[in-house]
Design a protein around this ligand. Sequence first.
Ligand SMILES: CCCCC/C=C\C/C=C\C/C=C\C=C\C(=O)SCCNC(=O)CCNC(=O)[C@H](O)C(C)(C)COP(=O)(O)OP(=O)(O)OC[C@H]1O[C@@H](n2cnc3c(N)ncnc32)[C@H](O)[C@@H]1OP(=O)(O)O
Ligand SMILES: Cc1cc2nc3c(=O)[nH]c(=O)nc-3n(C[C@H](O)[C@H](O)[C@H](O)COP(=O)(O)OP(=O)(O)OC[C@H]3O[C@@H](n4cnc5c(N)ncnc54)[C@H](O)[C@@H]3O)c2cc1C
Length: 615
Amino acid sequence: MGGRVNEDLIKERRKCTFDIKELTHIIDCGEENTIKRKQIDNYILNIKELWDDVPEEYLSHKERYENAIKKAFIVLKVLRQLHTGNIQITDHRTPTNVYSIQDGIFRNVNPLLIHIGLFWSTIAAQASTEQQAEWLQPDSSMIGTYVQTELGHGSFIRGIETTATYDSTTDEFILHTPRLSAYKWWPGGLGNTANACLVMAQLYINGTCHGLHIFLAQIRDFDTHKPLPGIKVGEIGPKMGFNTADNGFLGFDNHRIPRTNMLMKNVQVLRDGTYVKPKHDKLTYGSMLLTRVTLISDLAYQLSKAATIAVRYSAVRRQSPIKSNEPERQILDFVSQQHKLFITIASSHVYRVVGLWMWNSHKRVTADIHEGNMGQLPELHALACCLKAISSRDASALVEQCRLACGGHGYMMASNLPQIYAYTTAAVTYEGEYTVLLLQTARYLVKFWRLAAEHKPLPQNFAYFEDYIKKNFEQWRNSPEGIIEGFKAIVAGKTKAAYDTLQCNLRNGREFEEAWNMASVQLTNASEYSTISRNDIEALQSRYEELLALIRPNAVGLVDAFDIRDEVLCSTLGAYDGRVYERMMEEASKSPLNEDVVNESFHKYIRPVTMKNKL
Ligand SMILES: CCCCC/C=C\C/C=C\C/C=C\C=C\C(=O)SCCNC(=O)CCNC(=O)[C@H](O)C(C)(C)COP(=O)(O)OP(=O)(O)OC[C@H]1O[C@@H](n2cnc3c(N)ncnc32)[C@H](O)[C@@H]1OP(=O)(O)O
Ligand SMILES: Cc1cc2nc3c(=O)[nH]c(=O)nc-3n(C[C@H](O)[C@H](O)[C@H](O)COP(=O)(O)OP(=O)(O)OC[C@H]3O[C@@H](n4cnc5c(N)ncnc54)[C@H](O)[C@@H]3O)c2cc1C
């Protein structure tokens, strides 16, 4: 759409007091990454076949999938070209990767997301060198997915019922779905797209269960794409979002795979059925750990999209004067609106920085694990659980806040805010449900509180538990250091309260698991523990309002610095030029209900009723 940029946005950009490009480079971790990102954006976004004539909301469930799969294979081809050209596109240090552009191309989810993101990365992390050499071929026929969750079990994966039984006479595993609740249910791309999968199953050798292991299984013929004998596979139906992801179900009827199809980097089953244990019990859960870490950055990016849309719209939208004799004001001038939006910008930066830090920590800990040192794994797991849970919950709440901040127009699909919300809120559940993950972190904290309570030595990271017990916390100070101290006090107080309840339940004769369940609200909820006083809260509130006023002239600059192209934002409300009403009218004209001046239903159903007495 051509035309002038909205006057209010022009003024906002003039008001900005910092160098927008400089912030963009900081977000991208350096100017060279910004340049690379823009090159990839240009390259991919210029592929005409990736753009729709009809907005995808008007397509049927089947058409949506077919349209998405067409695009997915164009993107896959480009990915392979870029990879061959040695362009690193999957480095999550920066948004310099193809994932962010996909948001624009698919306006939803790439049906190959799990193939690209989880299938290959799990093979790379958990398959032996020989297996990798065989499976990780650039021209592989495999289109895979990650198949873990079952109809009956998602959170409690030890309860998974699919079995893989070793048959030493044929040197094969027999994959089997013993009952309805054991059907795999949810995996992305499983419904129609994948011809292979990594399946999580209980390993049985000579009648002994060795727990969960990952197996590579072909499920469809590479040539005809028909399900192999003994495989029942299909799609699970429409969802709140993710409707292009063909999430699927899968059942095995004594399906045989070679022994060498178990992922054997960390654990092995030998030809004679000997089981060689892994160095750490939970290395099999490594893919979940990695995805939880990457999700933090992804959620930061979703927040930056929502903030960009809502802030630009709020600069363009005028509604009601503040003083009665004044013209109507930009809704961005209302302090309550600033409160809704600026926190979203800030949260995006927070999770971007934390996501980057976690990504680097993951790299470091993985390198240690390769050297046989598992020492840092529990802490990384505890952090990943907590941060994935909190970032997804915050992101979905804030995206919804941005949608509401756009009033009625935020309810339109063409604003793209409903789709961003549907995408973001799914992350609260997948890759570990919110409460379940918080309880994993609580388990870690309680362990160290027990040491503190028993006056045993604590690692440096937990020294503040001891400070709390000795009442060494300083009075609240309104400064970054003071805020960190305040958070430490909250964590220590919260952990103490939960630990005390746990101990009390145990003294009352409860078994540990039951006592834990009874304390679980305290284990997950924030508590009142703080060194902050009522006066401090009032001082903080007025400081906060001062800061909102300080940010106000820079609000548009701050979201411009996210540097998200209109083709990726896909929003009538958030485009760079701010021509909101023109875009809304243009989008409305695409509705199939506007194709005929009089819809045929009028003659069939309306007219016979409204004209009845007049005929
Ligand atoms: C790379 C690019 C990626 C791109 C993708 C981007 C976006 C994603 C987009 C779309 C979504 C698509 C996919 C979604 C996929 C999925 O959802 S896959 C399925 C995910 N499922 C889950 O996350 C299940 C959650 N449940 C669990 O993880 C476990 O059941 C749970 C940890 C809750 C409990 O496990 P359990 O075996 O019962 O453990 P225990 O209670 O016996 O013991 C706990 C001890 O184990 C330690 N531990 C647990 N997990 C880990 C781990 N991952 N790593 C290391 N350690 C772990 C834990 O600390 C306990 O230790 P202690 O006993 O206290 O010492
Ligand atoms: C969009 C989407 C994509 C997905 N993609 C995949 C995929 O590609 N591959 C795959 O294998 N799976 C996938 N999943 C499945 C996903 O991983 C599971 O849905 C998720 O792990 C939650 O498990 P659940 O559905 O069994 O929830 P449940 O565990 O049944 O949770 C229901 C409620 O019970 C509570 N609860 C459960 N256990 C406890 C406990 N111990 N203590 C306290 N409360 C508890 C939860 O907090 C929640 O409130 C996907 C899911 C979605 C929504």
